[in-house]
Design a protein around this ligand. Structure first.
Ligand code: LLP
Length: 438
């Protein structure tokens, strides 16, 4: 999908732009997004559904990387949008995203967030629990506004991934439990409500999944209960949202499936169940985040200091780390990297890449083969597009990097680098000093 290549100066080029000139122009660390890569992946999902000639929505999970430019691209690609907070919703509205294609998720939406969504008239709210349901009922009634909803259920399927990003199991903070009857109670409440329109069911089993059988098992479990609901509650759904979680390639050890194979497996499994149970074929919605932006993002760092411990290890430090990519520290996530300015040089040493935070756990990559590394070299870490910028933080008061999009030989900044002034913008100072100033 991507447009990375080595140019004739032996530099890493993305989207037709030399990454060493990007580093010079915008500084480092720098997130570089390959627009063509993201577009192709989005269209692959859509084309896969189009082949099945059915109703669907591909909602980009904006938590993976949300900013005005990204959301405008998502709109242009004709996707829907999944938001999980007032902040993500606000960003979508700022970007001018069509409200009817926005879906709102989350296990603790506040009354203010729910009201914002209802007033704006977004496409649907994915209801997660009874507290939220009662707020939603009260808010829609007092505003005299309708809202489409899906109910999130936990199908009791374990996804084979890191436990922090596994969500389909019964013992999870998300969604209504099926076994204890919570989900059917929620359906009954929704059926009896005049302002809420129950469009269907949602399930998300986890993230960074490399097999289709997690999804097909979820469909299997969901239909077991849908058949019961059809008989007892006379409920047949219009929308089945199967969430996101499609795995991507971070290192050579990852072998992602073609994106269309997830769609094909889901559609076939649902078709089969629908026929068996004599139900109607629902629209299928999915919510890929990582699979759209993950591999499209590359982070460029400048190499600074190094420490060689003879016979033990060489630590090479870069000008970012866990503040712009917390995934290695949080999930032991693995990454690959190259020297963007020395793409044609042979491997000469094994080094470990350290971030600049005052924290031993701030290591980006262990035991990486690189050409001879020198201060000032540019390290390009690949597959940093998802949950990199979106989980960036200001630990050690380190500034969040800039983000640039590259496309057909052009580059443009979509988020400026933070400044020191940004760090203290909301600060009011200690009380004595406040008095002195007034
Ligand atoms: N839909 C729902 C309801 C979700 O909870 C998620 C991710 C997605 C869609 C999108 O999943 P994706 O396609 O991006 O895998 N910070 C972690 C990932 C947390 C995912 C949370 N939910 C990481 O860096 O791996």
């Amino acid at each position: 999908y991507g447009t990375s290549r080595i140019n004739n100066q032996g530099h890493l080029e993305i989207g037709g732009v030399d990454t060493t000139s990007l580093a010079e122009k915008y500084g480092t660390p720098l997130y570089v997004y390959d627009v063509e890569d993201m577009s192709k992946r989005a269209l692959e999902f859509k084309n896969a559904f189009d082949k099945h000639d059915m109703k669907y929505q591909v909602a980009y999970a904006s938590k993976a990387f949300s900013c005005v430019a990204m959301i405008q691209l998502v709109d242009e690609l004709g996707l829907s949008l999944d938001v999980v907070s007032g902040g993500e919703l606000y960003t979508a509205l700022k970007a001018g995203f069509p409200v009817e294609r926005i879906h709102f998720h989350g296990n603790n939406k506040s009354p203010e967030e729910i009201e914002m969504a209802v007033r704006e008239g977004i496409g649907c709210i994915v209801v997660d629990n009874f507290t939220e349901l009662s707020w939603l009922m009260a808010i829609t009634e007092s505003l005299k506004k309708n809202m489409n909803v899906l109910i999130r259920i936990t199908p009791g399927v374990e996804a084979h991934t890191h436990e922090y990003i596994s969500t389909g199991q019964e013992d999870s903070k998300f969604g209504f439990d099926i076994q204890s009857g919570q989900a059917s109670k929620a359906i009954e409440m929704l059926q009896a409500n005049d302002y809420l329109n129950l469009e269907g069911v949602h399930s998300h089993i986890g993230s960074q999944i490399f097999e289709t059988n997690g999804f097909t098992s979820a469909i299997e479990e969901i239909y077991k209960v849908l058949i019961v609901w059809k008989n007892t509650l006379d409920y047949d759904l219009k929308v089945l949202n199967l969430g996101g979680g499609f795995g991507i390639r971070y290192t050579n050890e990852d072998n992602p499936l073609p994106l269309r194979s997830y769609v094909d497996a889901m559609v076939e499994a649902v078709k089969e169940k629908v026929q068996e149970a004599n139900m109607t074929m629902p629209e299928i919605w999915i919510e890929p985040g990582r699979a759209i932006v993950g591999e499209a993002g590359t982070t460029i760092y400048t190499v600074g200091s190094r420490k060689d411990i003879p016979g033990v290890r060489s630590y090479v430090s870069v000008d970012g780390g866990m503040t712009d990519n917390i995934r290695p520290a949080l999930y032991q996530a693995k990454y690959e990297a190259v020297l963007a300015n020395k793409m044609n040089e042979d491997t000469a040493e094994k080094v470990s890449i350290a971030g600049k935070c005052c924290e031993s756990g701030d290591m980006l990559i262990w035991d990486l083969d690189l050409p001879q590394v020198e201060m000032g070299d540019l390290l390009a870490v690949s597959s940093t597009g998802a949950y990199g910028y979106s989980m960036a933080n200001n630990y050690n008061r380190i500034l969040k990097p800039a983000v640039v999009f590259v496309e057909a030989g052009e580059d443009y900044c979509v988020i400026e680098r933070e400044t020191y002034e940004d760090l203290v913008r909301h600060e009011l100072g200690y009380k004595k000093k406040q008095k002195d100033q007034s």
